[in-house]
Ligand binder design. Structure first.
Ligand code: AFP
Length: 325
């Protein structure tokens, strides 16, 4: 089933459906640039840094521009918060029904090694951006009307939730149309696979040290079975693996840079991914609290992220609770 047919079947909200179609178009445009790689000269590093102080790639900026143009063309978006710019971009359509937070090209350090990257989108109701300015974007993740990522891998995928399950669409490269290939994805409650950047281990808190130590002891430890580990350094790809074959993805709080609560950004990484994962039967916490219930305090706020298989996330929550007493 093609994306537009699916949207008509599951939602009568034409504005939301139109917005998702424009996000899909942005994904198609960014996919064709990613596939050209060095031939399009887009894998070069810029001399500029983004608001996070990270070196930008040409494609970071091009993806931001392409996505912004599609969101503006939808006419149903009032403003856009992007990883690539400090303050939200406000459109002339200030009373339009939606706001969008996005990471136009997540995992872009993978471009240099021809690795997988993706775009992440969080769709919020417009609660009055004309009056509130950037405060209007500071809504908890549970307010999201929809969330999606586009994954630029061997196949280009659109993974979407509108609050009734998480669904996967694959881009037909010839027709340039997304087609439903997996409906109502379900993440298994249990897993024997975890994803974490262990180079940060010495900076983790005791609860995370305990969890990973027990996994690594495998069949000889308290868990009584061996675990496998994966790390792609691309949240889109790591989360997609979890949606596809289960597991947990962990970017915990650490003391490496004490001013940062974690590496990942709440509004355009943690929140949309948490909605996609919870709509697939998984769970997502910052250690103690559900990510989706966190009240944001700033646009580029960082947060620890532990998401995936429900029972493992509950175990992690228990370990954090026990450590906090
Ligand atoms: P970049 O977009 O700067 O490559 O960052 C990607 C990311 O935010 C996320 O996609 C990864 O899960 C995480 O960073 C990787 O972090 P490490 O550098 O610690 O592997």
């Amino acid at each position: 089933m093609q994306l537009d047919v699916f949207l008509k079947q599951v939602s009568i909200n034409q504005a939301l459906n139109s917005l998702i179609s424009h996000i899909a178009e942005a994904g198609i445009e960014i996919a064709s640039l990613v596939k050209q790689g060095a031939l399009a000269g887009v894998t070069e590093k810029m001399t500029t840094t983004n608001v996070q102080g990270e070196t930008q790639m040409q494609l970071d900026i091009l993806s931001h521009d392409l996505a912004l143009a599609q969101l503006r063309a939808s006419t149903v978006v009032a403003g856009v918060l992007s990883e690539e710019v400090d303050a939200p971009v406000l459109f002339e359509t200030l009373d339009a029904p939606f706001l969008v937070s996005m990471d136009p090209l997540d995992g872009s350090s993978n471009l240099a090694i021809n690795g997988v990257v993706g775009s992440i989108f969080s769709i919020l109701p417009n609660t009055g951006v004309s009056r509130l300015g950037e405060q209007a974007f500071l809504q908890p993740g549970q307010a999201q009307r929809a969330a999606a990522y586009v994954m630029y891998g061997p196949a280009t995928l659109l993974v979407l939730t509108m609050g009734q399950g998480t669904h996967v669409f694959t881009l037909d490269a010839q027709q340039q149309i997304f087609t439903l290939t997996q409906q109502t994805v379900q993440i298994a409650d249990q897993t024997t696979e975890f994803a974490i950047n262990t180079s940060n281990q010495r900076y983790w808190q005791p609860a995370m040290q305990r969890y990973i130590a027990e996994c690594l002891h495998g069949a000889d430890g308290p868990r009584g079975h061996d675990f496998n580990m994966r790390w792609c350094a691309s949240m889109v790809m790591d989360v997609h693996r979890i949606l596809t074959r289960g597991g947990v993805f962990l970017y915990p709080r650490d003391t490496k840079q004490p001013v940062k609560a974690g590496r990942l950004r709440l509004l355009y990484e943690a929140n949309p991914m948490s909605l996609l994962v919870t709509q697939a039967g998984g769970a997502s916490i910052d250690g103690l609290d559900d990510i989706l219930s966190i009240q944001p305090t700033s646009c580029h706020q960082r947060v620890p992220v532990l998401l995936g298989a429900k029972q493992e996330i509950q175990r992690l929550r228990d370990y954090h609770q026990q450590a906090s007493h």
